[in-house]
Design a binder for this molecule. Structure first.
Ligand code: ACO
Length: 371
């Protein structure tokens, strides 16, 4: 048995949800470029769960359902108030999502209907949790979700208590479309491994959030912003990046396991970053990002991934840096749950092997003789 480090190139399952072929990402066969320009996040979530784009009445029904399910149990709000105010936002989200199962009577119901309903509930409640924690840690009361508005609108509304403008809603909505699913990425794989034991959907999503948190995956968008803040001004980009590259440091937001010629989602976020910069009259973050790209691509041949321009987009929208990865989760929970439902439909335990590299033929040394 020979191990493949990081399972690179290993095809671990079949899936009809999303695919990456020759650098082109599709959800249910539709190019992400088409979806980014022509579909809302709710249409995309429907597409991932049901396998087809919704009719107008199906879409209205989903938006209504998301609104109805968006409130979180009062016990979960009380718990959020007990978390340390300075705790990691992804740790808070992971804990709160896990605890939602305690207050859902259907948590252990494994029927397909119950699991689909829980998928929609998780999609509805995850943004409410993120916004509630963001306010509670600032000593503010959480704001109850609205019904009849999009996920993007509701999230921005719950953060501030103000209805967001159309530009902010459109930008966030497009970012959610771009992050919704991505074949067998690390967090989706974690979700599938968990539920392949026939564990429940809340356990699957909790595992996925734990995997997304790391800076080699979803945590990279926050790490990009840390880097931009550390660099500080356009004038310091070149020297700081050159120093990092000389020290063989990883530049966050660059590189990808699957895309070697560029991530098709990055160009949409770059465009959004430029447009938001122009609208707000502050182009510095965008210009710094473009310069970083020029240096990293020029010297290492590495291209920006989905996380790179997300950082300047979310900052320009006025969103705190440590909410970037939770926003990724707000979107990706649609994909995670679609994959969980697909795993249940045709399940087999996921249990690979390991190539053993430890000592052999050892004996138990009596404890008094051990060093
Ligand atoms: N900056 C500098 N060098 C890099 C970077 C980077 N961002 N990414 C890869 N490299 C280099 C590695 O150092 C390595 O060089 P070496 O062969 O000289 O040792 C080579 O490129 C191959 O890199 P690996 O880390 O082996 O590639 P892998 O496929 O395992 O990792 C990953 C992919 C994790 C995305 C990596 O590119 C990385 O760490 N990027 C930065 C973090 C990041 O942006 N993550 C988000 C990914 S997208 C997502 O999850 C949503």
């Amino acid at each position: 048995m020979t191990a493949t480090k990081g399972l690179e190139g290993i095809v671990a399952t079949t899936s009809s949800i999303s695919s990456i072929v020759d650098g082109v990402l599709t959800y249910r066969g539709i190019d992400i470029d088409d979806l980014a320009e022509n579909a809302s996040f709710e249409e995309v979530a429907y597409l991932l769960w049901y396998g087809k784009l919704p009719t107008q009445s199906e879409l209205d029904g989903l938006v209504k359902q998301l609104g109805e399910y968006a409130a979180i149990p009062s016990q979960v709000i009380e718990q959020l108030k007990l978390y340390p105010k300075d705790t990691n936002t992804m740790a808070a989200l992971r804990t709160a999502i896990s605890s939602l199962a305690l207050y859902d009577e259907s948590a252990q119901d494994m029927s397909p209907e119950a699991n689909l309903k829980k998928a929609i509930k998780l999609q509805a409640q995850l943004p409410t949790i993120v916004a509630a924690f963001a306010r509670i840690r600032e000593g503010k009361e959480p704001i109850a979700p609205k019904s009849g508005v999009s996920v993007a609108h509701n999230f921005l509304y719950m953060l501030t208590g103000q209805d967001p403008d159309d530009v902010a809603v459109k930008a966030l909505d497009q970012a959610l479309v771009l992050h919704a699913d991505h074949e067998l990425n690390a967090s989706t794989f974690a979700a599938r491994v968990t539920v392949a034991t026939l564990s429940d959907i809340y356990s699957g999503v909790t595992s996925a959030i734990g995997a997304l948190k790391g800076p080699l995956h979803g945590g990279a968008n926050e790490a990009v912003m840390v880097m931009l803040e550390e660099i500080g001004t356009f004038g310091k980009v070149e020297s700081t990046i050159n120093e990092k590259l000389a020290n063989k440091e990883k530049i966050m937001g660059f590189g990808h396991r699957v895309y070697k010629n560029g991530d098709p989602r990055a160009k949409h976020l770059q465009k959004m970053s430029r447009e938001l910069g122009k609208l707000t009259g502050n182009m510095e973050l965008y210009e710094m990002s473009v310069k970083i790209e020029e240096l990293v691509t020029g010297q290492k041949g590495l291209k920006p991934n989905v996380d790179f321009y997300s950082a300047s987009v979310y900052t320009t929208l006025g969103i705190a840096r440590d909410l970037f990865t939770p926003i990724f989760a707000i979107s990706r929970v649609s994909g995670w749950t679609a994959h969980i439902l697909e795993q249940y439909e045709n399940n087999r335990l996921i249990r690979p092997r390991a190539e053993y590299t430890g000592p052999v033929n050892q004996k138990v040394t009596p404890i008094a003789e051990r060093k």
